[in-house]
Write a protein of this length. Structure first.
Length: 148
């Protein structure tokens, strides 16, 4: 529901952006984009950013249309080239950036292993590494036996 409302709100900006694009220089256009569009996209992106790809694609199409409308130039650049040239993040890149930025310095994700503290100096702490299973050993054994 949030994504549908967001797509509708973004499309409402298109006529205004179309009329203003000839009056503004590049710096003003980018400022306008960050203030109007990216601020809407950032709100709640940690929650809705992991929705199904069909919803994210609808949102990405709306963002592409806004970028093409606002930053249209004489060169026939593809949308991805426009994103790269202007240093603007796509929806998935923005989601990843905001998620990492908001949570990297959070202390609730950094727990100290109490069992390792007794063996270390007081100023050194080791963080708990979560256990994970993988199939690396089985693949290595299978690849070694298949060559024989």
């Amino acid at each position: 529901m949030h994504i549908e409302n967001l797509v509708t709100r973004l499309r409402q900006f298109l006529p205004t952006l179309y009329h203003v694009r000839h009056m503004l220089d590049l710096k003003s256009k980018k400022m306008l984009y960050y203030a109007w569009i990216e601020s809407l996209l950032r709100y709640g992106i940690e929650v809705y950013g992991f929705a199904a790809n069909s919803y994210i694609n609808r949102l990405q199409k709306a963002q592409n249309k806004i970028i093409k409308t606002l930053f249209k130039n004489s060169k026939k650049l593809k949308t991805i080239q426009l994103f790269t040239e202007l240093n603007i993040l796509t929806i998935t890149q923005l989601r990843d950036y905001v998620t990492v930025y908001n949570n990297y310095f959070s202390q609730k994700f950094k727990t100290v292993s109490q069992s390792k503290i007794q063996f270390l100096r007081k100023t050194t702490y080791r963080y708990t590494v979560p256990f994970s299973r993988n199939e690396y050993g089985k693949r290595v054994r299978q690849s070694n036996t298949s060559h024989i």
